[in-house]
Design a protein around this ligand. Structure first.
Ligand code: NDP
Length: 264
């Protein structure tokens, strides 16, 4: 077990979480998460993706708030800044994103229960690891932390990434008209504009740079965990999605890369 904070429970959960991220990093190359274009009826019960996303992301908000509010440093400036960042992030991912998804009528059971179950576990652990560290165990969150280059650089990277993620998510959402959604047709189009000029999966790229920024900002292994498990999930999915587009659309822009402009 990793010795990091000296709190046995925290260090144990962190060790298990990091080992799990390593497991996902291998497994995700073999089985793409069964939702969206990779939904599979063979993997059993599935939910409406809006409900699936909502349930999967909810523990990130609830568990975070629970541990945040128990911590002795909950009223201090730096923890409150992190609380604000967290609530904005999960206000988008946990509430706005699922509520605004365009899910074709009649095709609403595509979000595998397996994804929801694993997601609930991961977002709960993620909420606990961050909140307990921020308001109880983190030794470096005095007001001077706001002037530390790690905080400042991470904050800027996080917010540039967040805005770009919102933009890419919005381009994808608008590829399907409301009429198509009402007709039950599951239309996929080639996304264009923004970072899609260079990569097939800009929202995955900026999700990863965003969590890297957040990890820098908090300077914590909780941050390393969420970056690692997101990368374990999203890197293989980015390649699978890129291959899917190239197969589905013969006119798919050949210069577009899967995840990193000009490189990968
Ligand atoms: P997708 O791009 O697969 O889907 C997002 C939405 O856009 C879905 O409603 C999807 O419909 C629709 N869509 C996607 N492509 C097209 C297209 N070509 N034409 C029409 N509609 C399209 O993204 P994910 O659902 O995988 O991820 C959503 C967000 O969550 C991203 O910002 C991602 O970074 C983040 N995320 C973070 C993870 C983490 O571990 N931190 C893990 C997974 C996602 P449909 O569902 O019908 O395919």
């Amino acid at each position: 077990m990793l010795t990091y904070t000296g709190d046995t429970t925290y260090d144990l959960v962190l060790s298990i979480a990091l080992a799990f991220a390593l497991f996902v990093a291998v497994a995700a190359w073999f089985v793409p998460s069964p939702y969206g274009r990779f939904a599979s009826p063979r993997l059993g019960v599935a939910l409406d993706p809006r409900l699936g996303w909502f349930l999967m992301e909810l523990p990130a908000t609830l568990v975070f708030l629970y541990f945040f509010l128990r911590g002795p440093h909950r009223g201090e400036l730096v923890p409150l800044v992190f609380l604000g960042m967290w609530l904005l992030h999960y206000g988008n991912r946990g509430f706005y994103f699922p509520l605004s998804m365009r899910v074709p009528r009649g095709q609403r059971s595509t979000f595998g229960l397996l994804v929801v179950g694993t997601g609930v576990l991961v977002t709960a652990i993620h909420g606990y690891l961050h909140a307990d560290f921020i308001t109880r165990l983190g030794p470096h969150y005095g007001p001077e932390w706001l002037k530390d280059p790690r905080f400042l650089a991470g904050f800027v990277v996080y917010y540039i990434s967040f805005i770009l993620t919102l933009h890419s998510d919005s381009i994808l959402r608008n590829l399907r008209s409301r009429e198509e959604v009402a007709s039950g047709e599951r239309v996929y189009r080639i996304p264009r504009g923004g970072l899609f000029r260079w990569v097939t999966n800009p929202s995955y790229l900026t999700e990863l740079t965003g969590w890297a920024g957040f990890a820098l900002c908090t300077w914590s292994l909780a941050g390393v965990f969420i970056f690692a498990i997101s990368a374990a999930n999203l890197v293989p999915r980015a390649f699978a999605t890129h291959a899917w587009y190239k197969q589905k659309f013969p006119d798919y822009p050949p210069e577009r890369r899967a995840l990193v402009p000009f490189i990968l």
